[in-house]
Design a protein around this ligand. Structure first.
Ligand code: VGL
Ligand code: ZN
Length: 212
């Protein structure tokens, strides 16, 4: 899937977590995070269907390292649903860090999905939370709207983009990740693991320039 891409009314651009806390100066800054904004704004113009996600945690969220005595960010703990990375507190509901980057063109979005708002469950994927069963509702939306190809961009490539793409593919959608409209965290080989997962599942990587 390279060269010029023809965008259809059944395609959706899924923009993951382009929020201040994931950009330079933010609480969980992804290197170069804000650099995805111009690319996303340009391609969003071409899509009839644009969905944004917004990481949206309560202050006492289980994924925040400061909520676990003696734990540091990027250490892991084991919860009922499995291993959970502990993050610096980020994207707290109602704070400036949880807002979309000011230059992100949100006017193109017809849906904003918030995720990670349950104290006890983190949510990387835009479709299912980290227990892999709690739905966000996005899958129902995509099906009801009869969308069939999901193009994913945003932050972070190796966490929320990865799990969103994987879940969309598992649910039967065609999925392509717009790699140069993403930036990664790269924790313990997570970028390599993401490439591996995409290869195994038949998720393609494309460049944003293919849409221009
Ligand atoms: C994310 C870690 C924690 C992401 C969100 O958007 O990739 N990563 N919360
Ligand atoms: Zn989060």
């Amino acid at each position: 899937m390279d060269l010029a891409m023809k965008i259809s009314d059944r395609d959706v651009l899924l923009v993951i977590d382009v929020q201040n806390d994931f950009c330079t100066g933010g609480a969980l800054a992804v290197p170069g995070g804000e650099k995805v904004v111009p690319a996303i704004n340009r391609i969003a113009q071409k899509f009839a269907n644009v969905v944004l996600t917004q990481d949206w945690h309560p202050r006492d969220h289980v994924s925040f390292a400061p909520n676990h005595a003696g734990k540091q960010p990027f250490q892991t703990i084991v919860l009922d649903y499995g291993v959970q990375v502990l993050w610096p507190s980020h994207c707290v509901q109602g704070t400036a860090g949880a807002e979309f980057h000011r230059d992100l063109d949100v006017t193109r979005a017809n849906l904003v999905v918030r995720k990670g708002f349950r104290r006890g469950i983190d949510s990387y994927s835009a479709l299912f939370e980290n227990d892999r069963t709690t739905p966000t509702g996005l899958l129902g939306y995509l099906r009801e709207r009869e969308l069939n190809t999901v193009f994913v961009a945003g932050l972070a490539f190796d966490f929320c983009v990865r799990f969103s793409a994987d879940d969309a593919r598992k649910a039967g959608f065609e999925v392509a990740v717009i790699e140069d409209a993403c930036r990664g965290i790269d924790l313990d080989g997570s970028v390599a693991a993401t490439h591996q997962s995409f290869r195994e599942r038949g998720i393609s990587l494309v460049s944003f320039e293919a849409f221009l």
